[in-house]
Design a protein around this ligand. Structure first.
Ligand SMILES: [Fe+2]
Length: 421
């Protein structure tokens, strides 16, 4: 009898909880945690793109991450108004409590079949090295509270991730997104992910981006920290408006090449290997490298390799490598090959102690190929066939690049010392 009563009480409590939405909330999980990890069958569906509920969030850094960022999201229908409310203090999602706000620009993604909308809130005048807490709101529908950390000012130590090619193996992409989330959770000094391109198989199909954006939610930490993206174009999104509609046109429209300064002593130049490498883009690269020649650490990010592990060299070899060598770049990050590689230090087409190192080739969600490890520039370097992401540790004394596999193993590590500049 006592047992039955307990059972009845439990049923009653359950009914009340369901009625108030508490249990429903616990089972479906709040939006924003990449929470649909928790589906009973183990599958991941992400936040449903429905009505004006914010979904598919991402945060983009461009030139000045100490003071600016774009936070973007997708809605299924066109909102009358979308706003990002934000603050330097957590407000637990109470949208009336945030002291700052930025209205978003709204537009429809260009696609024949998917008719969803982008919302871009551009934040400016931010404080360096500061945690900002925020909620996305579209016509009264609000996301959970997220946060991110702005770039540092001054001669700061910090960490970054680099990776590319997340396009054609969705399970592998989710695995690597979870790996990046784990890295961010165990190491809060990681500030952002520089992506080397080939996000999706067909960059002119919103259906592909839809899946990528939903999977990208998995990079958000359990406590709601968002990983900023510094995006480069790959050949699978070589043309078409969607790349700009998703990342709010990083760099100039039609160019998408730009420079990012993180702190006083780190320069990242993002280049576009899908347009002419010479002409305006080479002029831009020379100007940036010359303007920043005293900056201690200098890196580049672009898709098609100058020193590939699988395919033939892109036009980076002819147009960019001479400038990298002239200005003593430290590391060029390259993708596209679907393998893991690190070259020896290269200058004038030969191994040289004062040369430039080329690291990457793309392991964020594609089946890995077999690298051509007999190429001369891997003597003194390495290749492997494994999913991976690079973790950069930047200090005053060293720049370390660790290649971390899907299981979290550090497969390779490279360390550069500051050059005389
Ligand atoms: Fe590619």
């Amino acid at each position: 009898m006592k047992r039955l009563n307990n059972h009845r009480v439990a049923l009653l409590v359950t009914a009340v909880l369901v009625g108030t939405g508490v249990l429903v909330g616990a089972l479906t999980a709040p939006p924003g945690l990449g929470a649909a990890d928790r589906n009973p069958d183990g599958s991941y569906v992400g936040t449903k793109v429905e009505g004006t509920t914010p979904a598919q969030w991402r945060l983009t850094w461009e030139e000045d991450p100490a003071h600016a960022a774009t936070i973007s999201w997708t809605t299924a229908v066109e909102p009358k108004k979308s706003t990002l409310v934000y603050d330097t203090e957590a407000r637990r999602g109470d949208v009336t409590g945030y002291r700052l706000h930025a209205d978003a620009t709204i537009g429809q993604y260009t696609d024949d079949e998917v008719h969803t909308w982008y919302n871009h809130a551009e934040l400016t005048g931010l404080k360096p090295d500061t945690t900002y807490w925020f909620v996305m709101v579209s016509d009264g529908a609000a996301s959970r509270e997220f946060h991110f950390v702005t770039g540092p000012e001054g001669d700061a130590d910090f960490k970054l991730l680099y990776g590319g090619d997340s396009r054609s193996d969705r399970d592998a992409r989710r695995t690597m997104n979870r790996r990046m989330r784990a890295l961010l959770e165990e190491d809060p000094e990681i500030l952002a992910l520089a992506h080397g391109g080939d996000y999706v198989a067909n960059g002119e199909e919103m259906e592909d981006w839809d899946e990528w954006l939903t999977d990208h939610e998995l990079t958000v930490t359990e406590d709601g920290r968002m990983l900023p993206l510094i995006p480069a174009r790959g050949n699978h999104e070589a043309s078409g408006p969607l790349f700009d509609q998703i990342f709010n046109t990083p760099g100039k429209k039609g160019g998408n090449f730009y420079r990012t300064r993180i702190g006083e002593q780190f320069l990242l130049v993002t280049l576009n290997s899908n347009i002419s490498a010479g002409g305006d883009q080479a002029d831009f690269l020379e100007t940036v490298l010359s303007d920043n020649e005293k900056v201690r650490w200098q890196c580049a990010n672009y898709h098609r390799p100058a020193y590939p592990a699988v395919k033939s060299p892109g036009s980076a070899l002819e147009h960019w490598v001479p400038l990298f060598e002239k200005y003593n770049l430290d590391v060029a990050f390259e993708s596209d090959g679907h393998t893991l590689k690190r070259t020896c230090r290269i200058r004038n087409g030969k191994r040289a102690d004062d040369g430039v190192v080329y690291i990457g080739e793309g392991g964020l969600g594609v089946k890995q190929r077999t690298p051509k490890d007999d190429r001369w520039y891997f003597n003194g370097g390495m290749t492997a066939s494994t999913l991976h992401v690079q973790k950069l540790t930047i200090t005053k004394d060293s720049l370390t690049v660790e290649s971390v596999t899907d299981t979290g193993k550090v497969y390779d590590s490279y360390e550069a010392r500051p050059r005389k500049r």
